[in-house]
Design a protein around this ligand. Structure first.
Ligand SMILES: NC(=O)c1ccc[n+]([C@@H]2O[C@H](COP(=O)([O-])OP(=O)(O)OC[C@H]3O[C@@H](n4cnc5c(N)ncnc54)[C@H](OP(=O)(O)O)[C@@H]3O)[C@@H](O)[C@H]2O)c1
Length: 249
């Protein structure tokens, strides 16, 4: 790819951005609130802004990592969730069609309800929260507006510099010697963020269009995940209390 635009250089987007930069590739990144000299400011909910930005940059590949991932906030703000995670994606897809750019869009395993597990791309979706529903809306609007796309449904972990997400939360509790609960009946198969970033870029060079599930072949429950983190960093895993979410709800 000659030129890539990464929309939403947050946790994952900034990793992909750095990956491309380190390989001397032409890449432009955007953010929304956390603006810096490195990233341009773009609000994906505004079609005119998206359209003029992408028309100016004319990338071969757009990777959309922009989303609102604040599950609790979105639960109470469905309209906002649909605007960012739904309409925002539609705005990008419509413009990609206009300028003939390929779009890789990052979605989530939260489009499923989790009761079955090991989901295949053709399995029926059934999101259970507003975040998952809004991400699914984004997938749908994208597919209605663009042919040359890859939707990547995934889950990930890694160290976040601002302390967000599960991995940081586990580390913080362990460091502070605080007890916390790890649910044994919540299983997932996330990919390490650098590994996922490499994989996503490989898809940029593929002649493929459609939905792809990217996950680890190692399926793990949240209690065991916490214990592994504890072992690797040499903390006391007795701080992690085993529990079942199903008997709490
Ligand atoms: N992290 C996970 O565990 C996980 C798991 C599964 C799937 N995913 C998916 O992976 C993708 C990347 O997630 P992430 O963890 O990197 O999230 P993140 O760190 O919260 O980054 C989200 C990015 O979107 C930008 N953004 C938010 N609202 C925007 C708007 N209205 N217009 C333009 N940009 C906007 C943010 O900009 P500012 O920071 O400047 O506001 C930030 O750059 C998302 O699609 C998410 O659904 C993440």
């Amino acid at each position: 790819m000659d030129k890539t635009v990464i929309i939403g250089c947050g946790f994952l987007g900034s990793k992909i951005f750095t990956n491309l930069k380190n390989n001397n590739k032409k890449v432009i990144g955007t953010n929304f609130q956390n603006t810096s000299n490195e990233f341009k400011k773009l609000d994906i909910t505004n079609f005119d802004l998206v359209n003029s930005f992408l028309n100016k940059e004319k990338p071969d590949l757009v990777i959309n990592c922009a989303a609102n991932t604040d599950i609790d906030y979105l639960e109470k703000n469905e309209k906002f969730a649909n605007m960012v995670n739904g309409i925002g994606v539609e705005n990008i897809a419509k413009t990609c069609k206009e300028i003939s750019s390929k779009l890789i869009h990052i979605s989530t395993d939260s489009v499923f309800d989790g009761t079955q597990g090991l989901y295949k791309e053709e399995d029926d979706v059934k999101p259970i929260n507003v975040y998952g529903k809004s991400k699914l809306l984004g997938e749908k609007l994208l597919q209605e507006n663009l042919d040359d796309f890859i939707i990547i449904r995934t889950n990930l972990f890694g160290y976040h510099h601002q302390g967000k997400f599960l991995f940081n939360w586990i580390l913080k509790n362990l460091k502070e010697n605080k007890e916390f609960t790890g649910f044994e009946d919540i299983i997932f198969n996330p990919l390490e963020i650098s590994f996922l970033s490499d994989l996503i870029l490989k898809f940029g060079n593929m002649e493929y269009s459609g939905i792809v599930h990217l996950g680890s072949d190692e399926i793990i429950n949240k209690y065991d995940f916490g214990c592994e983190v504890s072992d690797i960093f040499g903390f006391n895993k007795k701080l992690i209390k085993k529990d079942l979410l199903s008997i709490q709800v």
